[in-house]
Design a binder for this molecule. Sequence first.
Ligand code: ADP
Ligand code: MG
Ligand code: MG
Length: 256
Amino acid sequence: MAILEIKDLHVSVATDEGPEPILNGVDLTVKGGETHAIMGPNGSGKSTLAYSVAGHPKYEVTSGEVLLDGENVLEMGVDERARAGLFLAMQYPVEVPGVSMSNFLRTAATAVRGQAPAVRHWVKEVKQAMADLEIDPAFAERSVNEGFSGGEKKRHEILQLALLKPQMAILDETDSGLDVDALRVVSDGVNRYKGANPEIGIMLITHYTRILKHITPDFVHVFSRGRIVESGGPELAERLEEEGYVRFTGKQEPAG
Ligand code: ADP
Ligand code: MG
Ligand code: MG
């Protein structure tokens, strides 16, 4: 089973005034089969963690390690990370005009699998995955993310998850911008994938507890000022829902 190890990770982001430290020593291990929720107030560095593992060029790792099955992820190119079984929804471009979803997904699947999926199987696979996620078939012919609503983008992320079949998935704010129905469809999509692939490890990054009513985490971590300051089980999310983040930030910021 896969194991993702983040060790004493320090990351700076490039700004006009020079590099600014954002992550201040993140330690986290996610094993295959486990779902870890990363919760934290706005600006605490949750997305920076995801981007850093994704290899976004704006984020500079100043020290620490990220290992997937003992291999140094930080030295891998973006495609290599995907081939190694790491899935990061945001590693994909925001909009790709002129490239249809179906071509984009096939190219991504080819990169991950090392060979192009056989056309007949592929068409069936995509159709099934889209039906599962209640995605309109016309969606396959639209350009990637062009004019997509927030909900469509999130469904698209879970569609990629279902088709690329990673071993370790990092999902950042999968619940943001979703209405109740879309949240259910997206959560069901994650749960269906986990049901079919119980060895997947999931890092679910979220400010709010509501998605955790649908996707039950094994572990909950609180992120504050660029590091994990508390870890526990699902009961920690319940406590955050009641108390917000005031205990960590000194100011009232609801988590529910
Ligand atoms: P979260 O996802 O927890 O809301 P972020 O990782 O987005 O937190 O941001 C953490 C801090 O890093 C914030 O102060 C934010 O302004 C800063 N930051 C993150 N990304 C960038 C960026 N690309 N350019 C400048 N500042 C950034
Ligand atoms: Mg934010
Ligand atoms: Mg964020």
